[in-house]
Design a protein around this ligand. Sequence first.
Ligand code: HPA
Ligand code: ZN
Length: 311
Amino acid sequence: MRPKAELHLHIEGTLEPELVVELARRNGVELPTFDTEEIRARYDFADLQSFLDVYYDNMAVLRTEQDFHDLAAAYLRRAEEQGVRHAEIFFDPQAHLTRGVPLEAVFSGLSAALGDSPVSSALILCFLRDRGAEEAEAVLRAALPFREHFIGVGLDSAEVGHPPSLFRRVFDIAAGEGLRRVAHAGEEGGPDYVWEALDVLKVERVDHGIRSMEDPKLVARLREERIPLTVCPLSNVRLRVVPTLRDHILPAMLDEGLMVTVNSDDPAYFGGYVEDNYRALRDELGMTDEQLDRIARNSFEASFVPVDAPA
Ligand code: HPA
Ligand code: ZN
């Protein structure tokens, strides 16, 4: 299997229904159903927000350091099977703090699992953009005592109506701490959000970014500066950002000379892990091995942590 790095992966989005049920039983959390098929039946999404509603609901089962450990350990086992050599993993501390889970439990559990895996990995702390800039800044300050546990910051959750420019200050603070910077932009939001992420937040990668293709000037900028885009094809189909995989703009992005990578986003919800995304691009979109090899090489080049890219 093709070795690759995964650069757009929300650890909470790897929470499979079987683990939801196991953790609910372990922690005495009431669920609307303990039937994994019934849980999966809710995974029919109309848009980003309808996914986020289920994603945040399911997180209620994550309570202890052990839970976060088990979640990350399960992902890293799957990632290894899928040819992942290196993973830069997002997590959403606000989604746990607001439920009374301390940051210590999140950092300790995730870091222990990362340290035990043969897959190289690092954590990127994401701010929930729909909770505003003030809270983001408070979370960053609360996380700085755990500075050695994460390499960067990101911006996720409901995009439209929450533009990157609102987060200038917190990204400036992060930069001052030597943290790397990424943001979701151009998934449901337009190219203007990608411009803001680059110009105001000084991001070094753009997560999704597919709507950049609507703006030729932006495409030229991304190409000239070799800014990586972490594209998530199965996610885009399941969140109806594109009608079908055959309509995906990814081959055109490659033809434009953009630094495209392929990632799974929230694999427990979107029907596949990262190699499943590569396979679907080959089988359903007819992408060639040469194109997919280029994407895999890009993934190592776009990593913040140097890893020995396979020849
Ligand atoms: N977009 C925005 N926020 C998210 C996503 C996504 O694809 N996945 C998890 N949080
Ligand atoms: Zn994402």
